[in-house]
Design a protein around this ligand. Structure first.
Ligand code: PGA
Length: 290
């Protein structure tokens, strides 16, 4: 398959199923950590990387992987859930990876939502239930500051060596949702309704899914030297096709990855079904003005 890299030359690898996708992804992460024991890894949540994390945990248990010097930065965090909430992304990462590879909390980073803001469960862009109107401005200021701090942290780490990504059914990466523009910096975002529906399976009802989140922006994602995007299942086929066979457009946030010089996509057969003959083809990106 195509391995010479250039603009728009995404290396795509189709594998049979979720298991194989997870094996390949874990092998790449294993190689990255072996080559650079103090690597900075950008990590993702969601169902997609769970198998990859499981494989890494197995390698650790077998004594083959030393993670004691890595640093991790996660893509995003919900707003309105405390860090200890079982569905917070911090809890997710502890359960699915960090505890299993003996990674201490001080080497793992997330957008830090001030604890005092964790009660604002049902928040919209204009009102935050549970917080008095006059303090909303303060809340927004504190959130903007938290976003700035995350970008500062990313810069101080020199970006990530490898960024692991899933892809939303709507083409989002992290919580960079479809819109009129790509957003460079870490920012807060109203979650798209289909994103909340997709994530409702982790909550007792859709009403419990936060409406807002904080996400690394496209600039943070692009700070990665290498990007590894994973996709499995037929429900991701259209998003993958739009991202890698269509124009670069903020309506499909993942499409901007066509401009990154080192992207590997590993898709299972179901997710990659619409990429078929595009798998190893070189193509120059085209652009669509939103
Ligand atoms: P999923 O989510 O892995 O749960 O499908 C991926 C994403 O939304 O980025």
């Amino acid at each position: 398959r195509s391995v010479s890299r250039g603009l728009g030359d995404v290396y795509k690898r189709q594998v049979k199923n979720y298991e194989k996708m997870s094996e390949k992804a874990a092998a790449l992460l294993f190689a990255q950590i072996t080559l650079k024991p103090d690597a900075v890894l950008g990590l993702a949540t969601g169902s997609t990387p769970v198998g990859t994390y499981r494989k890494l945990t197995e390698l650790y248990r077998a004594g083959r992987l030393d993670c004691s010097h890595i640093t991790t930065v996660n893509l995003d965090e919900y707003l309105g859930l405390s860090a200890g909430h079982p569905q917070s992304y911090r809890s997710f990462m502890r359960k699915n990876l960090f505890d299993g590879i003996g990674l201490s909390a001080d080497r793992t980073f997330f957008p830090e939502i001030p604890e005092s803001l964790s009660d604002c469960r049902k928040n919209t862009s204009t009102s935050i239930v549970g917080i008095r109107n006059e303090t909303i401005q303060d809340v927004e200021t504190a959130l903007a500051e938290a976003c700035r701090r995350y970008d500062k942290l990313l810069r101080s780490l020199g970006g990530t060596d490898l960024q692991l990504l899933g892809i939303g059914r709507n083409g989002h990466i992290g919580f960079n949702e479809p819109g009129d523009t790509f957003i460079r910096n870490t920012h807060t975002v109203m979650l798209a309704e289909n994103t909340r529906q997709a994530n409702a399976r982790f909550f007792s009802s859709i009403d419990d899914v936060p409406t807002r989140a904080c996400t690394m922006g496209i600039g943070g994602i692009f700070s990665a030297k290498k990007i590894l995007l994973l996709a499995n299942g037929a429900q991701k086929a259209q998003a993958l096709q739009a991202a890698f066979c269509g124009p670069v457009t903020p309506q499909v946030p993942a499409s901007i990855l066509q401009l990154h010089p080192d992207v590997t996509v590993i898709a299972d057969e179901a997710a990659g079904q619409l990429l078929a003959d595009g798998l190893s083809a070189r193509r120059k990106p085209t652009f669509a003005v939103p």
